[in-house]
Design a protein around this ligand. Structure first.
Ligand SMILES: [Zn+2]
Ligand SMILES: [Zn+2]
Length: 272
């Protein structure tokens, strides 16, 4: 069995990640307009009507902006925790009862050919989760919008074949940003805010030691980070430990407004 994964968009201006296993296709989050996401899917040869559902991580608009439109237009079930449903109702328009699915951190389920494992993440939302998706013995985990990297997150995603992890900001750039209020800065820097480049890099070291072979840096801030800087911080940390990016681990950066590569992960260990 093969798994396909593509970060359509990742960043504080909108998130949507595509994943396929067997004949099952889904999105994690739909935080751009329905049209924008539909166009991006078409760009990788996927008809939005062929999706089997959308997994929602939390109710912030950069994760749900197009969720209601896509669900209604293509009759797609939306999956979210009960508290996330409560918080996003009113923001995504009317969703008919038959498209409402409730998930719970720690409760695994199957969505077609994909095993889905939601896990709690520390973020200032009602009940935010990340997802680990299983196709046979291959797994893909996404963890963005987390202020720190606690043990429960590590335990949930350890050993994943591919991890998309938040590398949101450079703390110095953020602190020096004149357009951000003190309150916003402390929110982002807090334990329930967003993961810095440095915190991302140290989490990656643990994940790679646990067998993760593919890493994507995601949810970059547009103002307090650059793809080059995020990559440099992680690569420097890896090299310091004798891990060679490109050889021992594949490391890429998901861009905010540009659809990324489509990853193909195979059970025999072959990739891309
Ligand atoms: Zn976000
Ligand atoms: Zn958020």
């Amino acid at each position: 069995m093969e798994m396909y994964f593509c970060p359509l968009f990742s960043g504080s201006s909108g998130n949507a990640l595509f994943c396929q296993c067997g004949s099952t296709r889904l999105l994690i989050d739909a935080g751009k307009t329905g049209k924008c996401i539909g166009d991006a899917l078409a760009g990788i040869g996927v008809d939005p009507a062929s999706l089997d559902g959308i997994l929602i991580t939390h109710e912030h608009s950069d994760h749900i902006l197009g969720a209601g439109v896509l669900a209604r237009r293509y009759h797609l079930p939306l999956y979210a925790t009960q508290e996330t449903w409560r918080a996003m109702t009113g923001k995504i328009g009317k969703i008919s009862g038959e498209l409402i699915r409730t998930v719970q951190a720690g409760k695994d389920f199957f969505l077609g050919d994909l095993g889905v494992q939601p896990f709690s993440i520390p973020h200032d939302a009602a009940d935010p989760v990340g997802y680990r998706l299983w196709g046979g013995n291959i797994s893909i985990s996404t963890a963005t919008d987390l202020g720190c990297f606690p043990e429960n997150v590590y335990a949930a995603i350890r050993g994943s074949t591919l991890v998309l992890l938040e590398s949101n900001h450079d703390p110095d750039l953020l602190r020096a940003n004149p357009t951000y209020s003190a309150a916003l800065k402390s929110r982002i820097l807090g334990d329930h805010g967003h993961l810095s480049n440095e915190a991302c890099a140290s989490a990656l070291l643990r994940l790679i030691a646990g067998g993760t072979a593919h890493v994507i840096l995601g949810h970059l801030s547009g103002e307090n980070n650059t793809p080059t800087l995020a990559r440099r911080v992680s690569e420097t940390a890896l090299l310091r430990e004798g891990i060679r990016p490109g050889n021992d681990v594949q490391l890429r950066v998901a861009l905010r407004d540009e659809t990324g590569d489509v990853y193909t992960l195979r059970r025999d260990g072959g990739t891309i």
